[in-house]
Design a protein around this ligand. Structure first.
Ligand code: ARG
Length: 467
């Protein structure tokens, strides 16, 4: 799609009445948004069709002009879709590019389309429609990611792995339980997306420049035609705010943070030192010099995309924070931030969904790691409380001595002979070995939300019914 940049010195055809000459080349360059807002062409045309239809229904333009306008707009839609539309920077943005082409196609009737409307409500409409579609897409993508985790969680409801705090082995958990932690996070992200759709589901068109219009328009009709719940209530707010875009970016930032933590775990788990997972060839790369390497590049890039998304959020918050009501041209800078973040977020969700589905889980490595690092020490302390009636603080102390002994002998707690344990506390019997295995430890944690396989299966059933 070529961009023509001829005739810079003639005055603008949209407001030329007052202007003797055209803009300076730099003015044109800083002012134009067509380079990125051409992405809004379908939304712009959809909005214009709804607006023209309403104008005719209200008797503001004739049915004949409306038909010409709608036909012309449909022609433009297919021209753009097939790459046969020449975007012009001289015409600044997508709205004026389409309107100018409409004039060429249908003549003077094109000039009636902009009755009772301004580019201020037009751009607010186009952008809202775009963000709404993107949110709906994000919702679907999160649903697929959650589904991938549910499948892996089901498969590994009993697979024991070390649970960490401070990245130090803490207590054994199941890999299924760990997967379900991500289901909770992405489930909340998805509900934030749903709320955002609810917030922005109001139609801006008809707010006009900022004050509404004297024409007898029907904003409920256009709202309905465009799939919005209702029209916005205040025309000044309608053309002034971009909180719907900021809300999208906030959600993208939070989701990106969750994706990045997952990516970080995959990077760690796939090292030879951990060896918990093996990435599929589809989601890793090799090294050009070290033949043994398999690098988690996709996970690393997901981790890095967070930086871009956070940057976009801060950029738009900063753009908006000092603007007096109503519209200012600063707001034109909203789109690139959202487009860039949306692209990053889509890629990141898709990549993580693929990785989660494809990765091979090494349950043996996980189980072996779960048993090392005295991960069942809490189970020993709990046993002393339960079976020997010790206060937890004393049990903690006794257990600490057992851990120190095992450490000095270079063995696990379960490998200490009973005589050693009894030397530390006489109430210990051989029954204690039942709780010192990682399986027993995990199975005992049946509290609501806990890591016991039975509890993990209950969590999976809860989410299956909601996904
Ligand atoms: N390209 C502009 C934008 O994205 C459209 C609105 C222009 N409105 C105006 N009053 N200059 O914000």
């Amino acid at each position: 799609m070529a961009e023509s940049n001829t005739d810079t010195k003639s005055s603008n055809q949209m407001w030329g009445g007052r202007f003797a000459s055209g803009p300076d080349a730099i003015m044109e360059e800083i002012n134009a948004s067509i380079g990125f807002d051409k992405k809004l062409f379908a939304q712009d045309i959809r909005g214009s069709v709804a607006h023209a239809t309403m104008l005719a229904h209200q008797g503001i333009i004739s049915a004949e002009d409306k038909d010409k306008i709608v036909q012309g707009l449909n022609t433009i839609l297919s021209e753009i879709e097939s790459g046969n539309f020449e975007f012009s920077r001289r015409l600044e943005d997508i709205h004026m590019n389409i309107e100018a082409r409409l004039a060429t196609l249908i003549g003077p009737a094109a000039g009636r389309l902009h009755t009772a409307r301004s580019r201020n409500d037009q751009v607010a409409l186009d952008f809202r429609l775009w963000v709404k579609e993107e949110l709906e897409k994000t919702e679907r993508m999160l649903t697929s990611l959650i589904a991938a985790f549910l499948d892996r969680a089901e498969e590994h409801a009993e697979s024991v792995m070390p649970g960490f705090t401070h990245l130090q082995t803490a207590q054994p958990v199941t890999f299924g339980h760990h997967c379900m932690a991500y289901v909770e996070m992405f489930g909340r992200d998805r509900s934030r997306v749903r709320h955002a759709i609810e917030h922005l589901d109001e139609s801006p068109i008809g707010a006009a420049a900022l004050a509404g219009t004297g024409y007898p328009i029907d904003r409920h009709m256009t709202a309905k035609a465009l799939g919005f719940r209702e029209p916005t209530r205040n025309s000044i707010d309608t053309v002034s705010d971009r909180d719907f875009a900021i809300e999208f970016l906030s959600i993208a930032a939070i989701t990106g943070m969750h994706l990045s933590r997952l990516a970080e775990e995959i990077v760690i788990w796939s090292t030879p030192q951990f060896g918990f997972v093996r990435l599929s060839d589809a989601f890793s790369t090799g090294s050009s010099i070290m033949p043994q390497k398999k690098n988690p590049d996709a996970a690393e890039l997901v981790r890095a995309k967070t930086g871009r998304i956070n940057g976009s959020l801060i950029a738009l918050l900063t753009i908006m924070k000092g603007l007096p009501l109503a519209y200012s041209k600063d707001m034109q800078e909203d789109k690139e931030q959202v487009f860039d973040a949306a692209e990053s977020l889509e890629l990141a969700i898709a990549a993580m969904t693929g990785m989660v589905r494809d990765m091979t889980v090494n349950t043996q490595r996980m189980k072996a790691a779960a048993g090392s690092g005295f991960s069942t020490a809490t189970d020993l302390a709990d046993w002393l409380v339960r079976e020997a009636g010790l206060p937890f603080r004393d049990a903690h102390h006794v257990t600490g001595r057992a851990v120190a002994l095992a450490e000095s002998k270079g063995c696990d707690l379960a490998d200490l002979p009973l005589s050693d344990l009894q030397a530390i506390h006489s109430a210990i019997t051989d029954k204690v070995y039942d709780v010192l295995t990682v399986e027993a430890s995990v199975a005992s944690r049946k509290s609501f939300g806990g890591t016991a396989p039975s509890e993990v299966r209950r969590q999976i059933a809860f989410w299956r019914a909601r996904n």
